[in-house]
Design a protein around this ligand. Structure first.
Ligand SMILES: N[C@@H](CCC(=O)N[C@@H](CS)C(=O)NCC(=O)O)C(=O)O
Length: 159
């Protein structure tokens, strides 16, 4: 083993060993634990984390707009917390419910439907729900990206 290390050092210098040491140290150290944004939460209140308000629309995040609208339609008690801090998945919106962070609007809706036993879609047929699923998928995974490209690619002022 020692001869291998000395040959590596001889051929490449200390750089590869330094890199291996750095990667191992980072892996051993692990990720810093995330702390709750709302440590003083109340039971069964949904804390919705979203971008701060802008003058022209309720939210400039389409996903946050969808989620907040769904919360209102479902009649679930929620509080909005404006933030620029992203979720553990690196996105906004996300919620904290009873001290637990849940990210991704679709996962949040699915979780809340089952936790609060609320389903505003219950009167729709399987055909309607399938169509809605396809349209949501198309809009969120494709159309929205075109909008983001327009907004950030062409319209965002470079500071
Ligand atoms: N699938 C996610 C998408 C959320 C999303 O893309 N949010 C945007 C803001 S509107 C974001 O956080 N983008 C940052 C990134 O993806 O790095 C959801 O439904 O919540």
């Amino acid at each position: 083993m020692f001869w291998l290390i000395s040959w590596i050092v001889y051929l490449f210098g200390l750089l590869p060993l330094g890199l291996v040491a750095l990667i191992s140290w980072k892996k051993l150290k692990g990720k810093p634990e995330r702390t709750l944004q709302k440590p003083d939460w109340k039971k069964d209140v949904v804390y919705l984390f979203t971008f701060p308000l802008v003058p022209s629309v309720r939210s400039f995040s389409p996903f946050a707009l969808k989620l907040e609208t769904w919360l209102r339609v479902a009649g679930i008690k929620y509080e909005v917390v404006y933030t620029m801090k992203f979720s553990k998945k690196g996105q906004i919106p996300y919620i904290e419910l009873n001290g637990e962070e849940i990210a991704d609007s679709n996962i949040i809706i699915k979780t809340l439907k089952s936790y609060f036993n609320k389903n505003p879609d219950s009167q729709y047929s399987m055909t309607d729900l399938s169509l809605a699923h396809s349209v949501t998928s198309m809009v969120e995974n494709h159309t929205a990206l075109t909008g983001f490209h327009y907004r950030y690619g062409y319209k965002m002022k470079v500071i």
